[in-house]
Design a protein around this ligand. Structure first.
Ligand code: UGA
Length: 459
């Protein structure tokens, strides 16, 4: 079960108020970050915290205004606090690029119609940077781009700069922590860029205690240098592997149910093997979000383009679609048409208001398509586009009032702890479907529910 993180969890260690990093001026670099989405904003704030002089360019005017007001439109834990301690110029025009030692590209690469990422924002940024940046300036590609993109830009609009692939491994909801305390820094580019990149991340690489000390020894962060193509693939490989791991985990959970084994015990024991590891072993409705679905499709497109049949990845993607349908079918089978479902959770995972590629939203769509009515509650999502046909309420009991079944679709800790008697008192039916194996079956039964977890779905 995911636990609601605190600011200290996100920053990794206790942070004395008002403490900001002060590197020597010799180490400080001028950095322009292009794009103030998750990756850009977090990179900008963290680089400013390390002591660099950072400007962040954002072309979306309303979003820019919010950053300028010191607000975090992404609601990323820890970010607004850190933002108060640093000085960043948020600007709408890109002219600062001309003065930058390092330009960070952190624009969106949404999935195009054919599964390949749409690179128009990256290409626009590259043309702008190429026309403004100093000769020899380092252009750090943090957007997730297909293999070969950095080489293409290096030989095209950025021929006078040094293009370096530097993929990010930030998780939404943990992005500040992940940026400050990465497991590794992957860099692909020319050796001449090395000094500057190592200066940029110097304090992170050395494992300096950025927040003033909790007595733990500094942990040196490995910097892995490779070619740009390898660094680009390293990002897709990491997300593709984690997504495949989860698809495998979901299959084990399904199989355990089919043969009368206990999925929790099986997966728990697997996690104790350090070669497997305890993370990303929690079965659910399938993986979602703005990264895994997009990056697995992009990796498949890369393989297809090379004439390589990436059979394991193809199966993992297929399994992910089936995982959701399997659950949706179980709910549909149990309820007559026109029944009402109280849906708990809309975000793609706990700890974020992000609903992009959310399994919860996809589930709502499948249920509505089959004639069920859905009212929902999510602690971080207050409204949905009207065409989805989901009524969003502001409390669990409101969403569940008169429902024939309650369905848990996002692993918010508050759902694990909710007062099940109070919920059962307002529902019409007694079915509780738990798509995240979050709720204690015993508590659910004691409150008068018939509990259906992932391990107890009828085939
Ligand atoms: C993911 C990667 O974890 C980051 O390393 C990467 O930088 C990021 O994509 C990106 O490419 O930008 P994120 O999309 O924030 O981060 O989401 P995760 O926390 O990895 O979760 C992905 C999906 O897997 C979610 O739908 C989540 O609910 C699901 N999941 C995760 C499970 O179903 N079970 C688990 O045990 C863990």
């Amino acid at each position: 079960m995911a636990v609601q993180p605190t600011i200290h969890d996100h920053l990794g260690r206790a942070k004395p108020a008002g403490h900001a990093a002060r590197p020597s001026d010799r180490q400080a670099l001028r950095v322009t970050v292009v794009g103030a989405g998750y990756v850009g904003a977090v990179s900008a704030v963290v680089l400013a915290h390390l002591g660099h002089r950072v400007t962040c360019v954002e072309r979306d005017a309303p979003r820019l205004e919010r950053w300028r007001d010191g607000e975090d439109p992404l609601k990323e834990p820890g970010l607004a606090e850190l933002l108060k301690e640093v000085r960043i110029r948020f600007v709408g025009d890109a002219s600062d690029i001309a003065f930058a030692d390092v330009i960070v590209v952190a624009v969106g690469t949404p999935m195009g119609d054919d599964g390949r990422p749409d690179l128009s924002q990256v290409d626009d940024a590259a043309i702008q940077i190429g026309s403004l940046a100093r000769e020899g300036a380092v252009v750090l590609m943090r957007s997730t781009v297909p293999v070969g993109t950095c080489d293409r830009l290096q030989n095209g609009p950025l021929r006078h700069q040094r293009v370096v692939s530097n993929p990010e491994f930030l998780r939404e909801g943990r992005a500040v922590h992940d940026a400050l305390f990465p497991d590794r820094i992957v860099v692909g580019g020319p050796q001449e860029a090395r000094d500057l990149v190592e200066r940029l991340y110097g304090r992170i690489i050395k494992g300096e205690n950025l927040f003033g000390g909790d007595g733990t020894a500094p942990r040196v962060v490995p910097v892995v240098w490779m070619s740009p193509r390898s660094a680009e693939l390293a990002k897709y490989a990491a997300n593709g592997f984690l997504a495949t791991k989860l698809s495998f985990v979901n299959e084990i959970a399904n199989l355990a149910q089919a043969i009368g084994a206990d999925a929790g015990a099986v997966l728990g024991s697997m996690g104790l093997d350090p070669r497997i590891g305890p993370q990303y072993l929690h079965p659910g409705l399938g993986w979602g979000g703005s990264c895994f679905p997009k990056d697995t499709r992009a990796l498949q497109a890369i393989a297809d383009g090379a004439g390589y049949d990436f059979v394991v990845l193809r199966a993992a993607i297929d399994q992910n679609t089936r995982q959701l349908s399997r659950f949706a079918n179980a709910v549909k089978r149990a309820l007559p048409a026109q029944s009402r479902v109280g849906l708990l959770g809309l975000a793609f995972k706990a700890g974020t208001p992000d609903i992009r590629e959310s399994p919860a939203i996809a589930l709502a769509g499948l249920l509505i398509q089959s004639g069920l009515r859905v009212s929902a509650y999510d602690p971080a999502v207050r409204a949905l586009p009207a065409d989805l046909g989901v009524m969003v309420h502001s409390a669990v009991v409101e969403a569940c009032a008169g429902a024939d079944a309650v369905v848990v679709a996002t692993e918010w800790p508050e759902f694990a702890d909710m007062d099940l008697e109070a919920v059962r008192a307002v529902t019409r039916g007694d079915l509780l479907f738990d798509g995240r194996d979050l709720i204690s079956p015993n508590r659910a039964v004691a409150a008068g529910f018939r509990y259906q977890g992932l391990a107890s779905l009828g085939e």
